[in-house]
Design a protein around this ligand. Structure first.
Ligand code: PMP
Length: 454
């Protein structure tokens, strides 16, 4: 069990982020990327990096697809901007909204665009609170989120995030009205149970929290289907159906942050399909455009929009770049390519089992305590003691050390605390995956030597 100090140590290792000062590169030691193609990025020294992270869960179809560049070019010549404040929209936004709602579960029929995942989460919170106001239950205010979650960097999104150093990064966060429960992190919280039992136990933490606060005060539960933040924390299959049942029982809105899980990361098109649940609101980002341009979407159920449009009439919320034409055109082209080339289906059939098998070869590594994955999101957790699961987190930042060793060898391999994460592009080949895992092993071996474990 992690205590508060443990969470903070884990969080600060997780967020050992240098401040990239674009005006003083030498000072911050920042790398300058100059080109990307497929799963590779080159820097201005000519070094090639294999992107084991798809940017950060973005570049699912790989870098440098000319069709996407052309879609932007054509759109910009046709219509380069469209304001959305005076009830105006444009063809690409309409087509994209139709495409998204046709891909998503029944009832999720409404789309609000903005530029980033953080903004989509802000939109979701404003929608939720407006909804409960309009139905005459303004006391339903509290939003329950999870430990180690990441939902973005704006004030509300950072408050929803369970990353304590973000709360101290200025801004007196978290904002009021947020409660937190643990993640379904079986290695840390339920190693003595079967996965099925643990899924139900972890879902009941939500029920306990709702009852503690009083269901009449709880507005929503907010979570990633599989939590990329914190290091690929993948729930058992029993978790989400039980969470859905609990949310319905207490009339708590269910909000799925699919900014990372959406568009194939879990092996299915969306995390909600993989885990078998239907949210009231879903946030999409990153994979929506494969990172080619900034676009996010808040997909909203009939239940909420019926009230918002039916009773409220107006909703004073929006951004200058909501549904920018070029971004929508890129998203449409990205989805066309994903569908035509069956990228998600092929990844599921060919790559996911290979990825999982490769990850599992690390079970015997002297540093690895836990191996976990869903789809092409995987985590290898470094521990001090394989038997007890004791962690290095209280002492030193081992994850970032391993990450730096991988980068020296040309692999982007991220440390979330002491969990080493991989989220390769969905178009990676098995040969390229072999390279990823060869370098990952070299980096872990170098870390083990550093620690005197090899
Ligand atoms: N939600 C999740 C699950 C994320 O991983 C991120 C970004 N890492 C965000 C939201 C925030 O998205 P953005 O950085 O586009 O604001």
């Amino acid at each position: 069990e992690l205590d508060t100090a443990g969470w903070q140590a884990l969080d600060s290792a997780h967020y050992l982020h240098p401040f990239t000062d674009h005006a003083n590169l030498a000072k911050t030691g920042s790398r300058v990327a100059v080109r990307g193609e497929g799963v590779y990025v080159w820097d201005n020294n000519g070094d090639r990096i294999i992107d084991g992270l798809s940017g950060l869960g973005c570049v699912n179809i790989g870098y440098g697809r000319p069709e996407l560049a052309k879609a932007v070019y054509d759109q910009m010549l046709d219509l380069s901007y469209c304001q959305s404040f005076f009830n105006t929209t444009h063809r690409s936004a309409v087509e994209l909204a139709d495409t998204l709602t046709s891909m998503l579960p029944e009832g999720l029929n409404h789309v609000f665009f903005q530029s980033s995942g953080s903004e989509a989460n802000e939109t979701a919170v404003r929608l939720i609170r407006k909804y409960w106001d309009l139905v005459g239950r303004p006391e339903k205010r509290v939003i329950i989120a999870r430990e180690l979650a990441y939902h973005g960097s704006t004030h509300m999104a950072a408050s929803l995030s369970g990353i304590t150093p973000m709360h101290y990064a200025g801004g007196d966060l978290p904002l009021p009205g947020i409660a937190r429960i643990n993640t379904p992190y079986q290695y840390r919280h339920g190693a003595n149970m079967t996965a099925d039992d643990f899924g139900v136990v972890a879902a009941r933490w939500l029920e306990d929290k709702i009852l503690e606060i009083g269901p009449e005060n709880v507005a929503a539960f907010f979570a990633e289907p599989a939590q990329s933040a914190g290091g690929a924390i993948c729930p058992p299959m029993t978790y989400w159906p039980e969470v859905q049942r609990i949310c319905r029982k207490y009339d708590v809105l269910l909000v799925a942050d699919e900014v990372v899980c959406g568009f194939g990361r879990t092996g299915d098109w969306f995390g909600c399909y993989h885990y078998g649940f239907v949210p009231d609101i879903m946030q999409l980002g990153k994979g929506l455009t494969s990172g080619y341009l900034p676009l996010s979407a808040c997909v909203i159920s009939d239940r909420i929009t019926d009230v918002l449009i039916g009773l409220g009439g107006e909703w004073a919320h929006g951004y200058t770049y909501s549904g920018h034409p070029a971004c929508c055109a890129v998203a449409l082209e990205n989805i066309r390519i994903l569908r035509e080339e069956k990228i998600v289906e092929n990844a599921k059939a060919e790559l996911v089992p290979y990825f999982k098998a490769k990850l599992e070869t690390f079970v015997d590594h002297p540093l690895i305590g836990d191996v976990r994955s869903v789809g092409l999101m995987g985590g290898l957790e470094i521990v001090k003691d394989k038997k007890t699961g004791e962690s290095y987190l209280y002492e030193e930042h081992i994850g970032p050390y391993c990450s730096a060793e991988a980068m020296k060898r040309g692999l982007a391999f991220r440390a979330n605390g002491d969990t080493m994460s991989l989220m390769p592009p969905l178009v990676i080949t098995k040969d390229q995956l072999d390279t990823v895992f060869d370098i990952a092993r070299e980096a872990l071996d170098a870390t083990a030597k550093h620690l005197g474990k090899m």
